[in-house]
Design a protein around this ligand. Structure first.
Ligand code: GLU
Length: 467
């Protein structure tokens, strides 16, 4: 049997972390078994579904590299098929029109709640053989006895008595099929063999299985994946920060790092943390999926991203840095070599955005000196070393190959002072900060002109200050 899985988002917002993880698990399961992975847009809710959300879902899937095999299926374009199956059920008296008013339904619900019972439709119209009317809905005749049993790929055996279920609505008064019905028709038509989805749908599964069985369709395997919690233990939501997958792109994460993070969110393989996509495909199985919810952990995501940044090709990082600089509206000085910049910070930065933040002092004119550092490093005694370094810089013919570390060491020797007496003011003059990469590295990246300009500016600043 060929495995066919699907991801079936409702396009009512961006692709969020939970959805992306569900998609990833379905994708990996299919790829692991040499099967197919499909994408279906569940857009029958015309009010809440938007084209922007559909595009956001495509964008997110694309960014993560979760490619699907067949054309995308849209539920909104499949209404005729749902009605065909609904008519079939009506003909066979496996479904019926119900004209119970909202008031009546509210009343019985109220009464049931009062009696401590589970609210459910009481089946009033089930045997009435009503004809279609303006505001009648269609209900499915759930078997009144027996039970539904399925073996969930994550949770194990699940049994629900049909007495617990009621006659669910399969079409609303406006003719729109409901989720529980259309999902069955589509999963069956698409030949889905394994439904992997969030466990918020676990209560729907017995209802769906009854529909499969009534229609004489093969029932797929189900696996319900536990939800994702925020670091405070509540269900992951916007208030925990970035929840949209594309937000991670904007925040400077690499897609393979996010993918790696997502696969570990609720799945494990020994204590291995880093997985290439090929490895995920090779190793993924439902037996490794946790039964309990997993908590989102930004610190870990950052760590994983850092690992991938360190391995990433410099050219690629340069490209991503350029995109980020464009977003920030920073024009690149002509003398700057971004590969050098990337190499300077890629060990330290955990995201592209962090890398760019760390390197902005090299790419933009210095606006101010760090106040604390200035008190320590910009004393009157800094004038002479700064001047000496500047003069030596001016004399260099071949900046690229110059030993700038030696240049500073020479000044230290000539002035007979400690290294800090030269190094600290030079660093502050070049970077505006007390900490950061080595002075010679900064000077190499800045280039000769800009290094001299910065040293000169600092000198003028000090001469003015100690006039
Ligand atoms: N459209 C449903 C959702 O986004 C899909 C559920 C399913 O996978 O069956 O929750």
């Amino acid at each position: 049997m060929k495995v066919i899985t699907r991801f079936a988002p409702s396009p009512t917002g961006y692709l969020h972390v939970g959805g992306a993880r569900t998609a990833l698990f379905s994708y990996l399961y299919a790829r692991h078994h040499g099967g197919q992975f499909e994408l279906r847009i569940e857009d029958t809710d015309a009010v809440r579904s938007t084209e922007a959300s559909v595009n956001a879902i495509f964008e997110g899937m694309n960014w993560l590299g979760l490619e699907h095999d067949s054309e995308v299926k849209y539920q909104s374009k499949n209404l005729a098929r749902y009605h065909e199956v609904i008519d079939q059920l009506l003909d066979k008296k496996q479904a019926y029109y119900c004209d119970c008013s909202k008031e009546r339904l509210d009343k019985i619900r109220e009464q049931q709640m009062k009696n401590g019972e589970k609210p459910r439709y009481d089946g009033k119209c089930r045997g009435l053989g009503l004809e279609k009317s303006v505001d009648s809905i269609i209900r499915f005749k759930t078997p009144q006895s027996g039970e539904v049993h399925f073996k969930d790929g994550v949770r194990g055996d699940i049994t629900v008595a049909n007495a617990e279920l009621d006659d669910l609505v399969i079409a609303r008064a406006d003719g729109m099929p409901t989720y529980n019905f259309s999902v069955v028709v589509d999963d069956a038509d698409m030949g889905i063999t394994h439904v992997i989805r969030g466990d918020d749908h676990i209560n729907n599964t017995p209802r769906q299985i009854n529909i499969y069985q009534t229609l004489g369709l093969p029932v797929p395997e189900f696996a319900h994946v536990p939800m994702i919690l925020g670091d405070d233990g509540a269900r992951l939501s916007k208030r925990h920060g970035a929840v949209s997958v594309m937000q991670y792109s904007e925040d400077g994460y690499l897609p393979e790092a996010v993918l790696n993070y997502l696969v570990r969110l609720g799945w494990s393989h020994g204590d291995q943390e880093l997985f290439s996509k090929d490895e995920m495909v090779q190793l993924f199985d439902l037996s490794g999926v946790n039964k309990s919810p997993s908590a989102f952990n930004t610190t870990k995501l950052k760590w994983i991203n850092q690992q991938y940044m360190q391995q990433a090709d410099d050219l690629r990082l340069v490209g991503l840095v350029q995109v980020r600089l464009q977003t920030l509206g920073v024009d690149l000085p002509t003398e700057i070599n971004l590969t050098q910049v990337v190499n300077m910070f890629k060990e330290r930065a955990q995201t592209i955005n962090e890398l760019v933040d760390m390197s902005l002092f090299l790419l933009q004119p210095l606006e101010a000196y760090d106040e604390k550092a200035e008190k320590k490093a910009f004393k009157e005694s800094a004038i002479e070393p700064l001047k000496a370094v500047m003069v030596k810089c001016e004399m260099i013919d071949d900046w690229v190959n110059a030993d700038l570390h030696q240049l500073i060491a020479d000044v230290v020797a000539e002035l007979e002072v400690g290294f800090g007496k030269v190094g600290m003011p030079v660093r502050l003059a070049l970077s505006g900060q007390a900490q950061g990469p080595a002075n010679d590295e900064i000077m190499h990246v800045l280039g000769q002109n800009e290094s001299i300009t910065r040293l000169d500016l600092a000198l003028k600043y000090l001469l003015q200050k100690f006039k």
